[in-house]
Design a protein around this ligand. Structure first.
Ligand code: AMP
Length: 378
């Protein structure tokens, strides 16, 4: 069946979209962009209006199938699936587990159903890739009863890890068959331990708040801090939530910005807060790298991806040098080139290899959407 595949990533205030020619290259969209400012003055009122703006930009290209990024698939969804009423109800039922993301993802699906009546919609879950984690890595040290009720480590960024696992298998099959840690370092940050391309453990857990120091999210935190703020200092729950999600991480540490490029520029000028934030970021990545290598009982490769991982040679250098004891030996020149070079940023004889690969979550969604709907297959 000919036509175009549309991928949508609906967040709280934006819809990112990519359009693929179903008969063409599913790794390269013919058009991509985003509509921002949903619910703000001057922006679209809601996701339906935002999608209308996306459609205006797309022009007359006939859309034969739509693929959606859905943050939470719980324990039920182990793979992408076609959206029907039952699936929609299950996605909705998972909203309390991801209140900051899932309702917006759902709004995107509903807006697309209304805009493209009869066109198949596919849900691709960020958690699904981690369903292969052994149970020990899915558990907190909490009573079993809570685990059964869904209080567990799910893991996120799964579409990105799937993209990287596929690229690694295509480029370096021997490394892909072994033990790799992927560092997805962007606005949101997480790391994943892969054994033969399957997720074994990851740093985000019950929600995308856990693990590494992020742009505005705190990452790993003693739960007693939350209790203290509420019980001793009387903070309302919403304020604590805002602090942890929007006012912490690089922004909170630096008192300046959540954006790594801005922080690197400020640190180069001697800004103390920026230096403090970057130091914290690097240290957390190094600690989690060692923890994930331990979960794998060894390490063959490290892969950097995401806005920071792909673009900041300085941070990659600090991380690889800090992990020298694990067997990583940096190749300065290759690192400077990053993804524009051969992709490998360690020396030929480095016992553990490090690579830089560009993640392509939209391509993963497009591939699943094509496969499940038959759009694009002749
Ligand atoms: P993402 O969420 O994957 O789009 O990544 C966004 C993050 O990548 C932001 O913190 C950006 O500042 C950072 N980033 C993008 N380009 C660069 C760069 N050239 N150097 C350092 N950080 C960068």
């Amino acid at each position: 069946m000919p036509g175009h595949l549309l991928t949508l990533n609906a967040g709280s205030s934006s819809i990112k979209f990519a359009l693929f020619d179903a008969a063409g290259d599913l790794a390269a969209p013919v058009q991509a962009g985003q509509v921002e400012g949903i619910g703000t003055r001057g922006g679209p009122a809601d996701h339906t209006q935002a999608l209308r703006q996306v459609l205006d930009r797309l022009g007359p290209a006939p859309v034969a199938a739509v693929g959606h990024r859905i943050v939470h698939g719980g324990t039920h969804f182990e793979a992408p699936c076609i959206v029907d009423d039952a699936v929609l109800a299950q996605i909705e039922a998972l909203a309390p587990l991801a209140p900051l993301h899932q309702p917006h993802n759902l709004a995107g699906v509903r807006a697309a159903q209304a805009a493209f009546p009869g066109v198949p919609q596919v849900a691709c879950f960020d958690t699904a890739f981690h369903r292969t984690m052994p149970e020990v890595h899915q558990r907190f040290a909490l009573p079993e009863e809570l685990f059964r009720r869904g209080i567990r480590r799910y893991g996120f960024h799964g579409l990105s890890y799937e993209s990287i696992a596929a690229q690694l298998a295509a480029r370096q099959p021997a490394l892909a068959a072994g033990r790799a840690v992927v560092a997805h370092l962007g606005n949101g940050c997480s790391m994943c331990a892969l054994q033969g391309g399957r997720s074994v453990a990851t740093t985000m857990s019950f929600s995308p708040l856990d693990g590494l120091t992020m742009g505005t999210r705190c990452g790993r935190l003693d739960a007693a801090v939350v209790l203290h703020l509420q019980q001793q200092e009387g903070w309302p729950v919403d304020d604590v939530s805002r602090l942890l999600h929007e006012g912490s991480g690089l922004l909170g540490l630096s008192g300046l910005a959540s954006d790594m490029r801005e922080l690197e520029a400020a640190a180069a000028q001697g800004h103390e807060g920026a230096t403090r934030a970057i130091d914290h970021f690097v240290e957390q990545v190094l600690r989690e790298l060692a923890a994930l290598a331990a979960a794998l009982r060894g390490l063959d490769a490290v892969v950097f991806t995401g806005g920071i991982g792909e673009n900041s040679a300085g941070l990659r250098a600090r991380i690889v040098q800090g992990a020298r004891w694990l067997g990583l030996q940096l190749d300065d020149e290759a690192n400077r080139l990053g993804p524009r070079g051969p992709g490998r940023i360690t020396t030929d004889d480095s016992p553990v290899q490090a690579l830089v690969l560009r993640t392509n979550e939209e391509a993963v969604i497009a591939r699943h959407t094509a496969r499940l709907t038959g759009v694009g297959s002749s």
